[in-house]
Design a protein around this ligand. Sequence first.
Ligand SMILES: [Fe+2]
Ligand SMILES: [Fe+2]
Length: 487
Amino acid sequence: MAGQRWLERLFDLNQLLGTEEAGGSSARILLLELSDILKADQGILYQFQPYSGKNYIERNVNSKFDWELSQQLEPGTGNAAEYVAKYGVSLQLQDEDGIDPTVILPLKQGTEKSCYYRPRGVILLPIMDSSRNTTGVIILMKTGNSSRGNPGFKKLSSVELKWLEKVMVQVVRCQTRTGWQKQLFLTLEGMVKTLIRAIERRNQSFAGHSEKMALYALKIAGAVSRASRGKWEQYNFSPIRRLGIYFAALAHDVGKLAIPDRILQKNRKLSKQKMQALRYLLAYLEETEIIDDMEEIYRVIEETNKLGQIKNNLKRRLEEIAEIEYALPDQEVKRLLSEDDLEQLIVAEGNLNSAEREIVANHPCETYRILKELPWPQELKDIPWIAALHHERLDGTGYPWGLKGDEIPLEARILAVADIYEALTASDRPYRDQISHEKAVEIVEKEAANGKIDGDIVRLFIDSGLWKEESNEDFLLEVMTAAIDGL
Ligand SMILES: [Fe+2]
Ligand SMILES: [Fe+2]
């Protein structure tokens, strides 16, 4: 070993890992530095990933390495790496004729025989937390040169091992710091999901909308960053920005919490009580011979009372019915259906009248108000604003602010595309049956052609086939991890 020089470098490494800069990459920095300090030919890191539920992930720093490693350090496989992980002890192996790789590490089944690389020296070091649980294993290998009497690494002295232990403690400190950051994101995500689910419990037809839409938005953001041609050349969302888009999308509809139940849960245009009162009235009118066939009239009203658009002939008949006049004893002459009732029944889409629609259209403002209260990290401070813009349209016809073109940031445009596509393709919507992907694409493209939403984002989303992919928790965690590493 290079004596004093190597201890100095370990000392520097210890200092580096003590700074904020190392972040979640501390174990990787350690691997690279140790490989360099000890002049290792190969370096591998198996790292415990507490938030992914996976055990160990290898990172091979040398591309010449020809072993196909198994992703997991399986207990009971009897190799040295697994032993180090289990018992938290360091190991040094040496053999002039080269060490069989299966002694050191788990290889992918069936690939053992095709490995040519045989190290002559191997050092295995555990990375342990303060409770002495192993959080990773570092493996350094050297081919060495037996003809020069240098078969591998020189044996590490007790001082050197002590310093290595100090460095490992710093690695774990860094990992703990990163762990806390990840925990903060997961807590925020949990809070937002709790709010969303509170809305979804009040109206089942929203079930899963926000979570699915958020994954679409996250995938579009990834595709924007990967696309390098045309308009996309200038955009490259960092992992933290992508995470921001995910959060904004996930939370975009939390403002619906402010919509009262009578509107959020409305599944008929006229209430049950109102229909009941109408039935009594019609019976009275038939008895007094003001009308002849109450059942026919009631059937028409009942039919138009359902959700969705009504056919023209039904609309005409309803308008005739509305004009039937009657007077109860000692009361003024009235029409069978008030103007309000008629407006409700012939409403073109959905089941809300104009006053109710206004309340619903205010939900992005409420989204902003609610999200402002959450403790977003500095890098994600604009999430409330991005989320609140998901109903804005490029031609200024959106709501609630009627912003236009460049006034709507790219992130919010991504949300708009993901939101519309998800709402169209979702099953169990009150106004209509689920529609096919092809039909949804047609509608989304029409919206883009009419200057409402960003056609480039639509194309990217459709052409890249992102809509096909199933939601994937691992994918989200990868973005989260990358975002934290970049903080
Ligand atoms: Fe919305
Ligand atoms: Fe939505």
